[in-house]
Every structure is written in C-alpha cells, then in structure tokens.
Design a binder for this molecule. Structure first.
Ligand code: AMP
Ligand code: ZN
Length: 469
C-alpha cells in the first residue's frame, strides 16, 4: 500500500519513497535535557513513535536516530544556577527521559547520540563551512553562518529574502522569525559558560544548538536521508539552519521528507515550560494515571492538528481502555467449537480500514474508528452467542496486530488481573445458582459481587462482569 506523508517543505501530501528500498533513515530532534520533559514534548515523541511504528507496520526497516541536546544555552544556564557540572546536571534528566519513554511504550530509536560526545564532528563540520566560504569568524570570536551565501535559506519556513538580515548576527540558540540573521555555529567562551568549554581552531568555546543536529544526523544517517521530524516550533530557526549548514557542507539535499507535529495545548495555549502550564509525565502518574492512558490521549488527534489536553480526556481514556480489557477477557473465555469464519468479513473490513487510514498521512482518528468497529463487532458476536473459539482467537490476533501501531492495549499481559479469579468464581457460582433456579442465592451472590465493586449482567449463554465506578 502506498504511504502518503505531508512534507512540510512543499506543504503537500507526497507518496513516500525511501532512498534505499525497504529501509527508512529518520532523524528526530530529541530533548534538551535541562528539565523533565513535559507531555507537550511527549506529543512530539509520540507522533514520531507513531510514524516509526507505521513505517514498520508497512514493512520498512526503520533506522531512527534521536539526539540528546546536552549542551546549549538552557542546559548551561540551569546547571550553573544549580552549581552542578554540566554532565552531572543533564545525567538526571537523560535517565528520566528514558524512563518516561518506557512508561509511554515509545519504540526505542537505534541510537541516542549526545551532543557532548560529538564535539569533534561539529568542529570538523564548522571547519568545512569556513573552508567553503559559508561561515566566518566575527569580532566577538564566534563563528557565524552567512545566510546570504545560501540562496534557498528560508525555504522551509517560507521567509522572503527581503526579511533576511544577512550580516546582522544572532548568537542565541532560539530566536523568532523576525530576527532572522546570520546564526552562531560556534560560540566563543564567555563568563556565562563557566566550566563548559572545548578547544577548537577558533579558541575555547562550544557549539551552537543547530550545528549539533547537523553533525549527528550526518554521522549516523549520511549526507542525505529520508525523514526528519520535530515539533512545529523546531521548523524555524532550528530546521532551517540545519538545512543551510548540511546542504552547504555536503553539496547535496539534506532531507527528502520533513514532518512536523502540531502542539499540545492547554486552554488554548501551547503547553510549554515558559508559560508554566505544563504537566510532566510524573505529575500525571502521581495523580494515578497510567502510561498507557497518557499514550491513548496523546494519540488522540491527527499529528498536524492541535490537541487540547484535559483531565476529562484522561478519564475517558481509562474508561475506553477498561472496556477493551474486558473485551479481551471475554474473547479469551470463548470455547465454542467452529472454524472462525463468522468473523471473516468483520476482520477484513476493520483491517482494510485501519491500513487505509494510516497510509493516509497517519490518520489516527480514522484508524481508531476501525478499531472501534472491530470492538463493536466483537461484542455483538459475543452477545449473540455465535462466536467460536477460533473466531475469538482471530479477533484477538487482529487486536494484537493493531496494537503494533497503537501500543496501548493489553491483549495478553495483565488481562487476567482485570477480573480477579475470586470475582470470576463468584459470578460462575451465581450463574450455576440461576440455572438451578435458586434465585435467592443468585441474588445474594449478585449483592456480594456488588459489594466487591463488580456488576454482573446476564447475556445469552453466560454473564458479563463490569467494574463499578
Ligand atoms: P525541546 O526539549 O524544547 O527542544 O523540545 C523537544 C520537542 O518537543 C521538540 O520537538 C518541540 O518541538 C516539542 N514540543 C515542545 N512543546 C510542545 C508542545 N506543547 N506540543 C508538541 N510538541 C512540543
Ligand atoms: Zn535538532
């Protein structure tokens, strides 16, 4: 099936064709490890995980690189404020980041290169840019990229040449579009950098943020690779600057497909550290939510649409996932003989709808609709009493298959824990009492279940247990 992706460079859907058949090389801008990542950041990593999983689902071998920005303006500022060595300061947040990725069931990248381990590569790349005439040392001893030497500068972010101020220099890692100017590749050491410095041909200093990603992407993926991703706020200046550096140094196209995700919002505002309207994953876990509930919420909208974060959405996710858990338990209990053909059409429809949706620029809303279609179909087959064990197993296999992309189901693990054996035993006793027309005992057992937090419902051929709120 053809996979269509929205390429930010051309602002249109394009059929994905990798450089090497069957293989995708992809770079994702990773976290700046100066604090715990918030769930807005994780929306970006979740989108990248979805992309990774969909590519794998469609049969590609995915080589994903995600860097760790462990030296930049913010890491230096905050490590100094806490009187910690840079490495010591960032180590804590790197460890937390990996723990969070695990909690959210985000597929690991092939490599997580840290910027401080690649200073040599960055220096060599800057030297190439100087040698080729694209970069220069200014009076402040910093090295800058000269944007007027690269005629297509501004193409990704659509900035007209008239608005570009070549010769004017900007040293900060982060700046807005109206400040577009020559940007720093190497920053000469100053007092604010404290202990953080490396030797270079241009004196003691440290790399700018943008050159870090160019150097690491090139090292692990080559001068041209398939996909580069990030949050939409990375598009300018970060990605624009990466393109300029890499294409000028290597003389070839840097990236074939640029993909950017929209922001996670809170009450109409972007979730961000600076706005103070953020939740870390830890905040949510402390409130009793699980990683898979957060995962469900973060996958709740198309990646190019803004997603509003609410606690209602998390509660809703809990209810939805509980219903799936209960469905899997019921499916596992089916023992009726048969060949499973009764599910054939339902399975084919849901599978086709799921694939078609994902191939259309990762349309997760439509893909989830296909999953709900299967859920409804499975429940009604269970309720009708016509479902065979073979059919139930096929349905379970289809949910497992969907979960290769979704990653929030528990088709197998922990499913037994959903209905405790003692509760199931009580429900069985009640069913037996009813069949023996011993209604007083059946009612007493129903009350006993209720007291334990479970509602038992009669359905053709058996019962269904629901957890009471
Ligand atoms: P940073 O650690 O600030 O470099 O950000 C890491 C990633 O998170 C980048 O790809 C950002 O674009 C992304 N990001 C930051 N805030 C949000 C948000 N509210 N919604 C989605 N992505 C975000
Ligand atoms: Zn980057």
């Amino acid at each position: 099936m053809e996979l269509k992706l929205f390429n930010t460079m051309d602002r249109r859907l394009e059929t994905f064709k990798p450089l090497t058949p069957g293989e995708v090389r992809m770079y994702t801008c990773g976290p700046t490890v100066y604090n715990y990542a918030h769930i807005g950041n994780f929306r970006a990593y979740m989108f990248e995980d979805l992309l990774h999983r969909v590519l794998a689902y469609f049969g590609y071998r995915v080589i994903q690189v995600m860097n760790l920005t462990d030296v930049d303006d913010k890491t230096i500022r905050d490590s100094r404020a806490q009187h910690l060595a840079l490495k010591e300061f960032t180590a804590k947040y790197i460890e937390a980041f990996f723990a969070d990725l695990k909690t959210l069931n985000i597929t690991p990248a092939a490599v997580y290169p840290a910027a401080t381990d690649h200073i040599g590569e960055m220096i060599r790349l800057i030297q190439t840019l100087i040698d080729k005439g694209y970069a220069y040392q200014a009076e402040d001893r910093c090295i800058y990229f000269s944007i007027d030497k690269f005629p297509s500068y501004g193409r990704l972010a659509r900035i007209d040449r008239e608005n570009q101020r070549s010769g004017v220099r900007i040293k900060n890692d982060e700046y807005a579009k109206d400040a577009v100017a020559d940007f720093a590749l190497w920053k000469a050491w100053d007092d604010n950098d404290g202990e953080v410095a490396w030797d270079s041909p241009w004196g003691k200093g440290r790399p700018g943020w943008h050159i870090e990603c160019s150097a690491m992407a090139m090292k692990y993926l080559g001068p041209t690779f398939d996909i580069h991703t990030g949050g939409i706020d990375n598009m300018f200046p970060h990605h624009e600057d990466e393109i300029a550096q890499s294409e000028c140094a290597n003389g070839c196209q840097y990236v074939n497909y640029w993909l950017h995700c929209a922001h996670l919002m809170v009450n109409g505002e972007k979730m961000s550290k600076s706005a103070g309207n953020f939740f870390t994953l830890r905040d949510l876990l402390a409130k009793g939510y699980s990683g898979r509930e957060v995962r469900y919420v973060l996958l709740g909208a198309h990646y190019r649409k803004k997603l509003n974060f609410t606690f209602e959405a998390l509660d809703q996710a809990r209810e939805t996932l509980k219903k799936f858990d209960a469905l899997f338990v019921r499916l596992k209990a089916v023992t009726r003989p048969g060949d499973g053909k009764e599910c054939g059409e339902l399975l084919a429809d849901a599978d086709a709808a799921f694939r078609t949706a994902l191939a259309d620029d990762l349309n997760i809303a439509e893909a989830t609709a296909a999953v709900f279609l299967l859920q409804r179909g499975a429940n009604s087959q269970l309720d009708s009493g016509n479902l065979s064990q073979a059919g139930a197993q096929k349905l379970l296999a289809q949910f497992r298959n969907f979960d290769e992309v979704l990653g929030f189901f528990r088709v197998d693990e922990a499913v037994e824990a959903v209905i405790p054996p003692a509760i199931a035993a009580l429900a069985e006793q009640r069913l037996a009492a009813k069949k023996a027309r011993n209604f007083a005992e059946a009612d007493a057992l129903r009350e006993q279940l209720k007291a334990a937090g479970w509602l038992v419902e009669d359905i053709p051929g058996g019962f269904r247990l629901k957890m009471l709120d």
